[in-house]
Design a protein around this ligand. Structure first.
Ligand SMILES: NC(=O)c1ccc[n+]([C@@H]2O[C@H](COP(=O)([O-])OP(=O)(O)OC[C@H]3O[C@@H](n4cnc5c(N)ncnc54)[C@H](O)[C@@H]3O)[C@@H](O)[C@H]2O)c1
Length: 248
């Protein structure tokens, strides 16, 4: 299927690693000119090697002044903006009970996972409004719907991100800008390896998908092929959450 993305432009946050990197490379392979945003300069440069003509911006998505500068100069260099993909995210404390979690750690998770997306979108919207077919994709998680023990801040932040996407799609309904969310279960990336330990991935007793597989979901949502899909979430969890507790 031709995704009809050739010659369009996209800005990706969290582009230095994992799902963001795979998405950037997959978009670039479809002929999309990409702006790559992340706080990790060295790893961003590595992503850019797979993306012809990429624009690179080292930015902390929680810092509004940095976001304003990175988004405006990216749009200028790209000559417009058709899509934004928000992948920047952190796990925060894993395995801690709520009494053990500091306010600082709680705020840090929301700052990146929720406020970071808010800031990037708020400042990218004027450019997206000028696009003939604009799409926003937010990387949430199945943790927005089901919870693993010891991940309260992360789960709460991902649920907030899903609703950020849904409510924004309603606000933008008349503009032609679509907003959707992808919510995968475990993806083999530095984040999940950090949380679960690298050995957990040797012969895992759980389903794991690759960043490239998740990038394919993102590309479909970015593409005008999915123009009827708005305000929703692709829950990519191998059907885990569909299963009832009924013992049969
Ligand atoms: N790996 C999984 O199992 C999984 C599952 C579901 C959802 N997700 C979500 O997908 C997204 C990508 O995760 P990943 O697994 O590729 O993680 P990753 O750690 O490989 O990549 C995350 C990237 O975000 C960047 N980042 C973090 N904080 C930032 C900040 N303040 N400013 C700019 N960049 C920042 C990091 O530098 C890194 O490059 C995240 O939002 C994550 O929550 C991951």
């Amino acid at each position: 299927m031709d995704l009809q993305l050739t010659g369009t432009t996209a800005l990706i946050t969290g582009a230095a690693s994992g799902i963001g990197r795979a998405t950037a490379r997959a978009l670039a392979a479809e002929g999309v000119r990409v702006a790559l945003l992340d706080r990790d300069a060295q790893a961003l440069a590595e992503t850019a090697r797979g993306c012809t003509g990429a624009v690179i911006r080292v930015v902390d998505v929680t810092d509004e002044a940095q976001v304003v500068e990175a988004v405006s100069t990216s749009v200028e260099e790209l000559g417009g903006l058709d899509a934004v993909v928000c992948c920047a995210g952190i796990s925060g404390p894993v395995g801690s009970s709520i009494e053990e979690i500091s306010l600082r750690d709680w705020n840090a998770v929301f700052a990146v996972n929720v406020t970071g997306a808010f800031l990037v979108l708020a400042h990218a919207l004027p450019a997206l409004r000028a696009s003939a077919s604009a799409s926003v994709v937010l990387l949430a998680s199945d943790s927005a719907f089901v919870a693993s023990p010891g991940m309260v801040p992360y789960c709460a932040s991902k649920a907030a991100l899903v609703q950020l996407g849904r409510s924004l799609s309603v606000d933008l309904a008349t503009t032609g800008i679509r907003v959707n969310t992808v919510a995968p279960s475990i993806v083999d990336t530095p984040m999940s390896r950090g949380d679960l330990g690298a050995q957990a991935f040797d012969s895992p007793p759980f389903n794991v998908q690759s960043p490239v597989e998740v990038a394919a979901h993102v590309l479909y949502l970015v593409s005008p092929r999915s123009r009827g899909i708005n305000g929703t979430t692709i829950l990519s969890d191998f059907g885990y959450s569909a299963r009832s507790g009924f013992p049969a």
